[in-house]
Structure formats: C-alpha cells, structure tokens
Design a protein around this ligand. Structure first.
Ligand SMILES: [Cu+2]
Length: 419
C-alpha cells in the first residue's frame, strides 16, 4: 500500500506540455516580487526552537530561510533540562510531514551518541511542514540481555574525546515526542554567472508564482536578469529555455537571437521573462537557460548560460497513515516507536482467538508479554524479532488481560483483553 508513490510514474510517453511564452514587456519588476510575497500570509522565516517534555529538552534549528528543493541542514540536540547537559545514546525516529499532513520522510531509528543529531532534507512542498521527533533512551536491558552500562543513556556532565566522559547515573526516560514547524518558501534560485564579454556578470533568478508546482496545474516560471555588479535590471536580454527531465525534452524555445534575428526566443524588455507551462509527469526537471544581450541592452554581457532544477509534485501522492489504515479482523499493526505504538493499542477478543501482529514499520520489533505494569517478560508469549513486513501469531485460550511490550523499545506498550 505504501508503494503508491507517484515517483514510479516514469512513463516514457511523449510529454505533452503546453507552453505559453509571455513577454513581460511593460511589467515593472516589483510586481513579481510583491505577488510572491502576497501569496502567503504565513511565517516565512525559521528561528531556533526548543521544546521541553517532562525534564527532557530538545533544541531544533534549520536555516532561517528554507526554499523548496534546497537541501537544508536540520540540527537537533537533546539535553537534560535541569543540568543543561546533553544525553548520550538516544534513538531518534524522524518524521517529516508536508503541509497537507502526508508523511514524506521517515527514519526508523537514527542513533546519537552525544546528544547531537542532524540530517539534510529537501522539502518539496512550500508552506508549514512539520518535523516530528520521537526520542527514546537506551535502558539497562534490551531483548532480555544486559546492555553494557557504557551504552545506556547517561547525562554527560563533562569530558572530551581524549580524556573520557564524566557522566551522571543513567537517565532511562523512556520516550518523548517533539514537534517542530519548518516554514518552506516557494522555489527560488539565483545564479550569478560570467558573461562572455570580459568583466561582466549577471544574476539570473528563477522563481515560481504559486507555492507548489503540481502535475496538471499551470505554473508560471519567472526569470529575472540583473547586473551582477550593481543589481540593476538588465534590459532586453534574450533567452533560450529548454525544459527536460533526464534526457527527455519537454519544451524548447527558439534559439536566442543574434545581432540580426529575433527568432522567437524569450525576450525580456525590462529583464523579466515569464513562461507558463503545465507538467504532465512529476519528478525533477532541468531548466537550461542560455542568455544573450542585444545591442540595445543596457549591459552588453555577450552570452551566458546556466541551469535550474525544478521539482514537480504528483498531486495524487497520499501516504495512508498507519493509524487510519483498515485492519483485517484479529490483527494488530505494530506501528513503531511513536505513540500509539500498536493499533489498536488495546484490543478486545474472545477466548480461543488467534491474534496476528503485523510489523508495518521499517524497524525490527518484538511482541513480548510482561507482568502488568512492568517491563519484565512473564514468558506467556514472545515473538522474538519481527522484521519489517513479517508477522507473529498467538492463540489466546485463557480469559484475562495481557500486557505486552517491544523488548527493543520497551516504551512500546499494548494490551490484549480476552473474555
Ligand atoms: Cu520495537
């Protein structure tokens, strides 16, 4: 079910792309920028954030300005709230949700040794994305085995790599989930390139007029050319624009004009050129832009070439969340380290029913019965490791309430009530 990602839609069909070139002849450039700013009333800048949950603090930081499709570095730090000291040996499950709520990225568990965690991500849908972090401590036991004390979660008091670390006693806090917003701006890229005329350079900026670029919806690409030295608009540039995905060209304008010919290339009287196009297939596109100045241009830069990248989203992308997926009867889905861990987390069945646990997560888990209110296995049932996609079944012959955990992630707790 989760493979319904539109990214597999790599049909080799000829791309029918409608394209309208609009000469932005008498449009002052400011209009473009005002229009872009007005499309969103939301916050656009990111600031460092902190959340505290029951004595555990997580700091979170992204670049202040995040553009769609730029690879952005995301940094996290987990500390003991009281002392401010980092916590060693933490597992992190990282989930990125796009503004619509789809899960677009998920790790099983990334492990931090010293409390610092980072990863890079290219958000592709502008707007308020959300990063959910489930942090889990490493306790004294895993899979019924003793974890070496060194590898338990500790509060790091002081120390360095050469001289060893001084730590407080272990801090097996179980698990906490933190959520942080990341504001992502529409695609915007600026290239500064040298002209063929000595000593000249131009900035070429590509932006889109609507936040997301989606299959089947017309999108206007705006190219703005300014003088690389002083930022002033370059009048009357010509541009040949080729849009392609891999080696398949989906549109190509006429070659840029020379001294004599104006053969239909994009021409920006004021330095702005816009192209409205509709993409029929999602994925990454390359936009090759070959520019030249004309004799009437206010900057004779000669010729200059650059390229941009554009991600086109499949509108149909919808990743069903595990908690709302329909369940077969007498089935429990093992969701993972984020609450509610199992779905249903508490299930009522009749005596003699065989229950099947399906690991729908990307991580290995166990289903192990424990004494009520503890993490101590009672030996009634134990799946041992259930790999992703695998199942474990157990027949409940006796009425009663059964509690179970995952022995790898002991904070994962569920209940079976048999009557
Ligand atoms: Cu587990």
């Amino acid at each position: 079910m989760k493979t319904q990602r539109g990214l597999l839609l790599l049909s080799v069909a000829v791309l029918s792309v409608t394209m309208t070139a609009i000469l932005a002849a008498y449009q002052p450039t400011q209009h473009t920028h005002v229009a872009l700013a007005e499309t969103s009333n939301e916050a656009t800048q990111n600031t460092p954030l902190s959340n505290i949950s029951d004595g555990i603090k997580v700091d979170f930081q992204t670049p202040s300005t995040v553009y769609a499709n730029d690879l952005s570095n995301i940094q996290m730090k987990i500390t003991d709230e009281k002392s401010g000291a980092p916590l060693s040996h933490i597992d992190w499950a990282i989930v990125v949700k796009d503004p619509v709520g789809n899960v677009v990225y998920k790790t099983t568990t990334a492990h931090s040794h010293m409390g610092m965690m980072d990863f890079k991500y290219a958000f592709w849908m502008p707007g308020k994305n959300t990063i959910s972090l489930t942090t889990s401590s490493i306790g004294a036991k895993m899979m019924g085995m003793d974890v070496p004390p060194m590898a338990n979660t500790h509060i790091i008091k002081s120390g360095d790599v050469m001289n060893g670390w001084k730590t407080d006693p272990t801090d097996d806090f179980g698990s906490r989930t933190f959520e942080f917003p990341v504001y992502v701006l529409p695609e915007k890229e600026v290239r500064t390139i040298s002209g063929s005329e000595p000593g000249t350079s131009i900035n070429v900026e590509m932006s889109t007029t609507t936040p997301e670029v989606v299959v089947g919806k017309p999108i206007t690409l705006v190219f703005t050319v300014t003088n690389g030295k002083d930022g002033s608009m370059v009048t009357h540039p010509d541009m040949q624009l080729i849009i392609k995905q891999g080696s398949v060209i989906s549109s190509q304008s006429a070659p840029k004009g020379g001294m004599m010919a104006m053969t239909g290339a994009y021409h920006g009287h004021t330095g702005v050129m816009t192209v409205t196009t509709t993409f029929s297939v999602g994925g990454h596109y390359i936009l090759n832009a070959d520019l030249s100045s004309l004799p009437v241009s206010n900057l004779n830069f000669g010729t200059a070439s650059t390229r941009f990248e554009l991600h086109v989203a499949d509108s149909a992308i919808s990743v069903p969340s595990s908690s709302t997926a329909t369940l077969a009867p007498n089935t429990v889905n093992v969701l993972g380290v984020e609450s509610p861990f199992f779905t249903p987390n508490s299930i009522n069945i009749n005596t003699g029913t065989t229950l099947t646990f399906v690991n729908t997560d990307g991580n290995v888990h166990t289903v192990t019965s424990v004494k009520a209110g503890t993490q101590n296995p009672d030996g009634i049932f134990d799946s041992n490791m259930i790999k992703p996609g695998q199942t474990f079944s157990y027949k409940f012959d006796k009425a009663g309430t059964y509690e179970y955990i995952c022995t790898i992630h002991p904070h994962m707790h569920g209940t079976v009530i048999v009557s």
